[in-house]
Design a protein around this ligand. Sequence first.
Ligand code: NAI
Length: 253
Amino acid sequence: MMRLEGRTATVTGGAGGIGRAAAIALAAEGARVAVIDLQKEAAEAVAEEIRGSGGTAIAVGADVSSEPDVEAAVREVVDAFGGVDIAFNNAGIIRRSTAVDTSVDDWDRVFGVNVRGVFLMCKHVVPLMAGRGGGSIINTGSGWGLTGGGQAISYCASKGAVVNMTRALAIDHGPQGIRVNSVNPGDIDTGMLRDEARQLGQDASVFLADAADRPLRRMGQPSEVANAVVWLASDESSFVTGAALVVDGGGIA
Ligand code: NAI
């Protein structure tokens, strides 16, 4: 028995890294999946991969920081699948700089994607979920949204906002049967980590080795975050809402 049979899931940032792994994992549990990403072609490749394994998926091109894009994307999902039961709001970007070195444009872009993107997806899927008697929203925060971290001022601030927005959403929409949780990864082996090494002018292999200096002595794999997302999406987590689930191999700072 698949855990998400008959449900529809949206996954933003679904073309890469954690989002791609989650889209595949949600589909493997029987969900119909909409892979939403700025990179339409890469999203299409993920949808194709899911369909190739017998799952159901569509790709939707959208910039989550744009309300017209998000409205159009959600409409496309409803036209294709009839509604939304699960929303994994995961698209995110990082800028590695201190407050002194961060431009206002970079600050606004990080908040546009990481915070406004999550807000816009919630704004447009909550009424659909409420109309169906409930749903599950999972927002991607970060270990650094809970602890802070060095040389990532806009990112840490944005992820702290995601964690607390998640709690506020859980309070507002629990009575409608909608659970809202955040998943907070530590270092996960994705393109984002390589981008961070580039931004800091570090050799990617040294940066990735440092990232593995944790109790479990390795970086995480996208599929290990995806497993947590599937659990939060499923009825197995039926009494869990407003939670900040950390998936980081133990210890972040
Ligand atoms: P990634 O860079 O591999 O994938 C991010 C995806 O989001 C890409 O496919 C990209 O095209 C898409 N995207 C970016 N801006 C977008 C926009 N405006 N609209 C739509 N799609 C957009 O990154 P990764 O590592 O998979 O990150 C996923 C989430 O996990 C992010 O929110 C990130 O902050 C968070 N995270 C990642 C960690 C890591 O170590 N990789 C650690 C903690 C949190």
